[in-house]
Design a protein around this ligand. Structure first.
Ligand SMILES: NC(=O)c1ccc[n+]([C@@H]2O[C@H](COP(=O)([O-])OP(=O)(O)OC[C@H]3O[C@@H](n4cnc5c(N)ncnc54)[C@H](O)[C@@H]3O)[C@@H](O)[C@H]2O)c1
Ligand SMILES: N[C@@H](CCC=O)C(=O)O
Length: 575
């Protein structure tokens, strides 16, 4: 991992005469997913070596402020990031930012700003394109290992997160930014020239990232930075290892010091301090709805109190209670397999995960017995991903641990409460065990009424609540789905009947920001399914699409006039 870069580039000015015509490389496309099929392969050998490296040494993760690495130094506390599959194993000791550190990070972001946004766009772009290539080549296996061990992912789930989605974000954002800059006023009246300039926001951007996707952290810091903003980044404590690796990769790719400042620490303390700064220009957040609401409230109060120079932009993607709706005409086997994936992959810890299922009464028994049969026969239980990386065996299992004890305890309580609730019935699973790791088995609960809180509350774990609806009430169930939860993130309809598809598509227009027809409601791919939800699921600015970049620029319009006036009066001013 590289030391901080120190070069200063203010002393010269580049002279590039054809800036407007430099285009991003044409070959930008989605990074292919490596299958990791045979454990007897070079890919597995390299991955095992990286896993061994992270397992055998407990790293100290520093703060990175203005390119300087800041370690504990006895002044700061350390947060132990443990392996969720083996909670006794400390993977990293994460340095926690003090008040002074936060102050310094904010200062560094402000001071780096001018040099950064004045750097030509293609220079900024080259850094992110290079970082994407480093992730998908040189650091692929280290990135996978840090994400698998730290965030409890199997190799496939890590691959689609910290490799493909992450590098896709960086590459496609370069293309989208180039397209955005090219958007100019369509008209200029004779004798004038109108221009749009996409300035970065004034001040700095505060990025707050969740534990569950390393790629999301890359989106949260990368989108604003590419557009010429500088960033103060507070990562999740339980993703600090992979996130720090991302920080070092960006530096190796050439990110100048101070552009992104990495400050893990107490979320409330760090956030309160950052939000108190006059130059706070935008929040880029992904995480739970309640945390986002509280930050939204603080920022709004700050505006009312006159704390800020600007109206800070607030960009946030948050929770969901995502639905799978099965119509009687659906291919049941396909709907079952899609629901197993959509609900249980990565232990249901995707914001997009299916967590409420609506089955027609006529197909419910077939669907559920098919589903439970598969879960049982395939022995879909959480596997201990901390087991010997030499065999590679368990790292291929479908289910792993949930992220931490707080999540484990919450999910165990959901299961225990369900056992006592006469309106709920546990149809499958209900096992949990925290003796070694935070393991919760796949669980399916039947609700007797569609407005039961289990149909509307986000649990963020491998728990699915099912409601059976009368076949003839398909229209009514669409209404119910729309009104049941405060969220509108993802949802899916499974049907062959085109009329049913059309009806659900229209009726559920506002119930999900990402709607799937005959597909599971997870797994959005950058550039293909722009991702984000509305209502209490977020501001729907669509990560992975072009729109989000417009949130990190402030447009200046310039009109230049070439005619010289000879009179101040307009024709109508004359008698
Ligand atoms: N919609 C999306 O795109 C999306 C994507 C991923 C995760 N999520 C949501 O994120 C949640 C899971 O992630 P998580 O457990 O990391 O979420 P979280 O809300 O607990 O944490 C997210 C970030 O906020 C910080 N944080 C926590 N409490 C805070 C506080 N009081 N003040 C300031 N910062 C605070 C955390 O340290 C972390 O960096 C789920 O609700 C999931 O639906 C949404
Ligand atoms: N983009 C991912 C969700 C990320 C949320 O955690 C998906 O579509 O499954």
């Amino acid at each position: 991992m590289l030391a901080a870069r120190n070069f200063k580039f203010t002393h010269f000015k580049r002279t590039v005469s054809q800036l407007a015509h430099i285009k991003p490389p044409k070959h930008i496309k989605n990074e292919p997913i490596k299958p990791f099929r045979s454990t007897d392969s070079k890919d597995w050998d390299l991955l095992r070596a990286s896993l061994m490296k992270f397992k055998s040494s407990s790293l100290e993760v520093p703060l990175v402020i203005n390119g300087e690495r800041i370690y504990d130094n006895n002044e700061r506390s350390l947060f132990p990031q443990t392996n969720p599959a083996n909670h006794q194993q400390v993977l990293a000791n994460v340095t926690q930012a003090t008040e002074k550190d936060v102050r310094n990070a904010v200062k560094a972001a402000k001071e780096a700003k001018e040099d950064w946004y004045k750097l030509p766009f293609y220079d900024r772009s080259a850094i992110f394109l290079k970082a994407a290539d480093l992730i998908s080549t040189k650091y692929r296996y280290d990135m996978l290992a840090a994400t698998m061990l730290g965030q409890g992912k199997n190799v496939y789930q890590a691959e689609i997160d910290c490799i493909t989605e992450l590098s896709d974000f960086f590459r496609y954002y370069v293309k989208y930014a180039s397209d955005l800059y090219a958007q100019q006023p369509a008209e200029s009246a004779e004798g004038t020239w109108n221009k749009a300039e996409y300035r970065p926001l004034e001040g700095f951007v505060y990025a707050v990232s969740p534990f569950n996707f390393t790629a999301i952290a890359a989106n949260l810091v990368g989108a604003p930075a590419l557009m010429g903003n500088t960033v103060v980044w507070k990562p999740s404590q339980t993703a600090a290892l992979s996130n720090y690796l991302l920080m070092t990769v960006l530096e190796e790719a050439g990110l100048p010091k101070g552009v992104i400042n990495f400050i893990p620490g107490d979320p409330v303390q760090v956030t309160n301090q950052v939000l108190a700064d006059k130059d706070f220009g935008a929040l880029h957040f992904t995480g739970s709805t309640n945390v986002f609401k509280s930050l939204y409230g603080k920022i709004q109060s700050g505006v009312v109190e006159g704390k800020y120079r600007d109206y800070p932009r607030i960009i946030g993607e948050t929770g969901g209670k995502n639905f799978h709706l099965v119509h009687p005409s659906a291919n049941i086997s396909h709907a079952v397999l899609s629901t197993i994936r959509g609900t249980f992959e990565f232990q249901g810890q995707k914001c997009s995960a299916a967590s409420r299922l609506y089955l027609p009464e006529s197909k419910s028994e077939e669907f559920l017995s098919d589903m439970f049969g598969i879960l049982q026969q395939q022995n879909i239980v959480p596997v201990n991903t901390s087991a010997s990386p030499i065999s590679g065996g368990n790292l291929r299992g479908f289910l792993g641990p949930v992220i931490h004890e707080q999540s484990f305890d919450k999910l165990a309580k959901v299961i225990e409460d369900a056992k006592k609730d006469p309106e709920l019935e546990i149809l499958y699973g209900g096992q949990y065990d925290k003796s070694q790791g935070w393991f919760v088995g796949p669980t399916v609960i039947k609700a007797k009424r569609p407005d039961h809180p289990y149909m509307s509350t986000e649990f963020f774990g491998p728990i699915l609540t099912v409601y059976e609806y009368p076949d003839l009430e398909f229209n009514k169930i669409c209404d119910i789905i729309d009104k049941t939860s405060q969220y509108a993130l993802t949802g899916a309809i499974f049907a062959k009947d085109r009329k049913a598809i059309e009806y659900a598509d229209e009726k559920l227009k506002f119930s999900a920001g990402n709607f799937y027809i005959n597909d599971k409601c997870t797994g959005a791919v950058v550039s293909q399914q722009w991702f984000g939800g509305a209502r209490m699921s977020g501001t729907d600015d669509k990560a992975g699409g072009p729109n989000i970049l417009s949130r990190f620029v402030s447009i200046r319009n310039t009109k230049e006039n070439f005619y010289e006036l000879t009179d101040f009066k307009y024709p109508s001013n004359y008698e």
